[in-house]
Design a binder for this molecule. Structure first.
Ligand code: UFG
Length: 328
């Protein structure tokens, strides 16, 4: 297994790379370092490159005799996608189309693709299974849904074999404490809560207290980044074993409100989170909770971290050790 991991220097990418390395396959990270961190790559081969650079991509596939791709390289912020849609369509759609062209031209047809719970939009059922209607409420979700549809067509016509994983809310960090979540700027709830505890940011803004949920704040399904990473390992192995193209949800199946996450963080850290209520953020659905039975049954995936306090503990460990992220 010679695997190219685009975006492998990013948060989910770098955790997955570490797990892929343990399988004994050769891992080549391909990242333009716009949002990724070179320091997050410890053992793998690294190529600094962009998914728009067909020549460098082609050269990398050939040079390392790559037979599969795990594609993380994308923009992934719901809020930003609403104010800068062009950047999102360009990078996530045009960039991925280019990657697919290069892969197919070089006979590489196995792909694990980062998709998202944002493809569902405002679901009518409380537990989201893969087949329910997809009506994204934000541009980010639309870019990923477009690519899922493209991949389904390429699978039928060009023999692409892909597994798309629809992530719910990735969080936590490897227990080793040397890699973790470091976005610039940070917009995700758990790192912001922990940074607020450390006095590294202003007060946490709770975006909306008038959602139709138990305490009025949004409900999300928080999944540990290593559990996400492990699903990529299983998906890749399945593709090498002849598994056909498929789409799976990846979440814990448990929802927590923003206020519950804050309470859990206060319990873990023993500190009080400075906070205030703010207006809703554009594009945020009220409730997103995964039904992940399909990947459990078909690929044997089993999350190790099911307790929100345990997940936050791993993130807290990273933030305490690295209060200024990789730059520190
Ligand atoms: N939130 C706040 N204050 C903040 C930041 C977030 O109240 O300062 C709230 C958001 O409004 C939302 C929840 O916390 O209700 C989680 O927000 P995040 O920004 O951490 O995550 P999102 O749910 O917006 O998005 C994440 C990923 C997406 C993915 C989605 C799937 O960033 O890529 O999970 O559920 F699509």
């Amino acid at each position: 297994m010679n695997i190219l991991v685009t975006g492998g220097a990013g948060y989910i990418g770098s955790h997955t790379v570490r797990l892929l390395e343990k399988t004994g396959g050769k891992v080549v990270v391909y990242d333009n370092l716009v949002t990724g961190h070179k320091e997050a790559i410890k053992n793998s081969l690294f190529v600094e490159g962009d998914i728009f650079d067909s020549e460098k991509l082609t050269d990398t596939l050939k040079r390392f005799d790559i037979s599969s791709v795990v594609h993380f390289a994308a923009y992934s912020l719901v809020g930003v996608s609403m104010v800068n849609p062009r950047e999102y369509y360009h990078n996530n759609v045009v960039g991925t189309l280019n990657l697919l062209d290069v892969m197919l031209a070089n006979g590489v047809n196995k792909l694990v693709f980062s998709s998202t719970a944002a493809v569902y939009g405002e679901p009518e059922t409380s537990l989201i299974t893969e087949e329910i209607a997809k009506n994204p409420t934000n541009v980010y979700g639309r870019t990923k849904l477009i690519m899922e549809n493209v991949m389904a067509d390429y699978s039928r016509t060009y023999g692409l074999n892909y597994i798309a994983l629809r992530y719910f809310n990735a969080c936590g960090a490897d227990v080793a404490g040397d890699i973790g979540e470091d976005h610039q700027p940070e917009t995700h709830l758990i790192p912001l809560v922990l940074k607020a505890c450390l006095g590294k940011t202003d007060k946490l803004k709770i975006f909306g207290e008038d959602y139709p949920t138990t305490d009025g704040t949004c409900v999300r399904d928080y999944i540990h980044v290593n559990d996400l990473g492990q699903a990529h390992v299983l998906a890749l192995k399945a593709l090498y074993n002849g598994h056909g193209s498929a789409v799976y949800n990846l979440g814990n199946g448990n929802g927590f409100t923003v206020k519950e996450v804050i309470e859990a963080a206060e319990a873990v850290t023993g500190l009080t989170v400075p906070k205030e209520i703010a207006p809703r953020r554009a594009g945020d659905p009220a409730i997103l909770v995964a039904g992940s039975q399909k990947i459990r049954q078909e690929l044997g995936w089993q999350p190790e971290y099911t307790d929100i306090n345990k997940i936050i503990e791993t993130a807290w460990h990273w933030h305490q050790q690295n209060p200024d992220g990789f730059a520190g």
